[in-house]
Design a protein around this ligand. Sequence first.
Ligand code: B12
Ligand code: SF4
Ligand code: SF4
Length: 386
Amino acid sequence: MTTSISDTPARASPAVIKAMIRATAHDQGFDACGFADAAEPWAASERLATFLELGRHAGMAWMADTAGRRAHPRAMWSAARSAIVVGLNYGPDSDPLQALRRRSRGAISVYAQGRDYHDLIKGRLKTLAGQIQRRLGGEVKVFVDTAPLMEKPLAALAGLGWQGKHTNLVSRRFGSWLFLGVILTSAAIEPDVASGDHCGACRACLDICPTQAFPAPYQLDAGACLSYLTIEHHGAIPERFRVALGNRIYGCDDCLAVCPWNKFASLAREAGLHAREALRSPALADLAALDDAAFRALFTASPVKRIGRDRFVRNVLYAIGNSGDSGLRPSAAARVSDPDVAVREAASWALDRLDRPGQGLGGSHGSGGDAEAGSEGLKTEPGGAA
Ligand code: B12
Ligand code: SF4
Ligand code: SF4
């Protein structure tokens, strides 16, 4: 039976209304739902300012451009009083770190092996928001990722989990694997209790990072993060990070995958988020040959589509360079006169690396001891994880 918030009696208590909202969120496919005071002052404003001052947003100029609005939900929408924060479990069916061992194949991060979560969440959030508005009045706005709203501190306030030392929200029930979505409303809803920090003395996520992208616990330098470099960074990836990329061709899951709280994680309930076979561990040779049309066809409804063929093939060529597989030489050679300058340069880099087998393999975890220390001083083999 589908739940509707409008079924709640006219004089229902705040607790009953919240329970109905949670039940409706669950019916919509969300795995977690909590409530926060959207007007409360928070430490995240100052932390965002510091992040930007230190240039930790790297080439994501849009973060600085929207800093004023991003600093607080009220700065973004002055009428906001309450936030309903939802989480969608995207737990994988296998350990993502295993894919890093198959060097002639690409590793696409878990979040991008199924359907684009933005598409899956947005419609459901709108349905939920519509019901909340009909029952409680006021105005509502929905957010998934792309608006200038800091979703992680809001989710922590709403009790969905805490921001771990890798800066992502960790859930006691779902570990690292929760997408977040937010409804802001001008209606007043009693907030839940914020989550405490349960990282303790653990630092597994900090130690496993192949590029040491955490200057300190709870702080990320995005410019050194392989997720940023493979997804957001335009043009050639700086040479000092290329070995550490290993076979990661879209995003990175290392700091998420190693978190001990994943022992409570479960496979995503939403089938659309399960890995598509074609994206689980695709052959680098096939990916390097993609033209624009083939790229679009392969990544239909996938978040990977957003970065476009050139940036993606660029990543694939770095992975070929790191593969140690001379059988991939023709795939790289075929791209040295590619129309895209970053693709051409990546193809030459890959050929150079394949032609000098003494250079060793880089960037993957648990690779049997053949990872090099990295001429650029980057760590390519973690201490005890994977
Ligand atoms: C920009 C961005 C990125 C950037 C920068 C990431 C970052 N950590 O800032 C890049 C491209 C690197 C990135 C990567 C990823 N992202 Co992203 N990203 C975002 C986005 C759009 C904004 C994040 C943001 O505001 N950053 C600015 C910084 C200042 O904020 P912050 O990370 O919260 O930083 C906090 C800490 O530094 C903390 N802090 C600082 N000092 C201290 C000290 C103490 C003691 C404490 C407790 C805290 C603390 O305070 C800051 C403010 O809260 C959000 C969506 C959104 N609108 O919120 C998705 C989002 C964070 N990304 C998401 C995902 C899934 C990823 C990846 C896992 C994807 C992948 N597999 O490749 C990686 C994870 C990399 C990582 N370790 O963070 C999810 C995270 C879900 C979750 N459970 O947390 C989000 C929420 C999208 C979504 N709607 O689901 N992302
Ligand atoms: S996503 Fe990868 S590169 Fe980025 S911080 Fe986590 S482990 Fe480091
Ligand atoms: S790996 Fe350890 S330190 Fe990192 S988020 Fe998980 S519990 Fe916290």
